[in-house]
Design a binder for this molecule. Structure first.
Ligand code: SF4
Length: 258
């Protein structure tokens, strides 16, 4: 990723003790979990999807990141091991029947080189699915990776995440995704005032179309999700944004990998 403009953020990552995660690999992917479910958030809610959660993130958000305990752990899997396990479960057939492949994390763009190689491997095995990337939109995709991707769900972090602005708000990456027809934006809203930040720092700053924007309630339980959804739907109606639920939370509460 040396020529992509991500050097300074990669340097910041490399200063962290968690940097075990980011050691480069060959012919292998650092996998935290992989499972078959339906997309639970954003534009494609309800679509059958094989999830591949890579290990590690370049941020550490304060508000409950429901996946931290998962993306902190992981194991190196060869492309063949991963693909064979999918075939054993019949997920290759699901992908051929238009289930999406969702690359998530953590932050999958920290692993874009190894993911590009894995996607090339899948292509050789005859698998060329609809590929979604769930990203915090701080890291630019490189050209090789970008060619494989059908859709980006960008979820830039607001000040409510507790992350310093310099870490979470990366203008070069945000500019890239704002202008990319494959990208939509999903913001996690805790309080009504968070919407002002979305309007000021994203809609006005990057001339972002509201039709590409989804607001989703910050919530850790089904009850909280319901309470916040009621007022957030009104906010979406008022400003012309889309509303996104959190399907997995509403059905399975805090269980992941389902
Ligand atoms: S960017 Fe996403 S995965 Fe990373 S810590 Fe924040 S919420 Fe969790």
């Amino acid at each position: 990723m040396g020529d992509t403009g991500n050097e300074d953020i990669l340097e910041m990552i490399q200063g962290k003790e968690t940097l075990e995660f980011f050691k480069p690999t060959k012919d292998k992917v650092w996998v935290s979990e992989t499972f078959f479910s339906v997309q639970g958030e954003g534009k494609h809610v309800g679509v059958p999807a094989v999830f591949l959660r890579t290990q590690g993130c370049n941020l550490l958000c304060r508000w409950p990141c429901d996946t931290i305990p998962i993306w902190r752990e992981g194991e190196l899997q060869t492309y063949e091991e991963l693909y064979t396990s999918w075939c054993r479960n019949g997920w290759d057939i699901a992908l051929k029947r238009d289930a999406h492949l969702i690359l998530t994390g953590g932050e999958p763009l920290t692993r874009q080189d190894e993911l590009t190689n894995f996607l090339q491997y899948l292509s050789k095995m005859g698998l060329r699915p609809f590929i979604e990337v769930e990203t915090n939109a701080t890291i630019l995709p490189n050209r090789k990776f970008e060619r494989f991707i059908t859709h980006y769900t960008c979820s830039p972090k607001l000040s409510n995440s507790g992350m310093p602005r310099a870490r979470r708000y990366r203008e070069n990456a945000l500019q890239f995704f704002s202008a990319n027809s494959k990208a939509v934006f999903k913001f996690v809203i805790d309080k009504r005032e968070d919407t002002e930040e979305v309007l000021r720092d994203f809609i006005l700053k990057f001339d972002l179309s509201r039709t590409k924007v989804y607001l989703m309630p910050e919530s850790t339980s089904n009850t909280e999700l319901k309470e916040k959804s009621e007022w957030l739907i009104e906010v979406c109606k008022q400003h012309g944004f889309n509303f996104s639920t959190r399907l997995h939370l509403s059905i399975w509460d805090q269980l992941t990998g389902v």
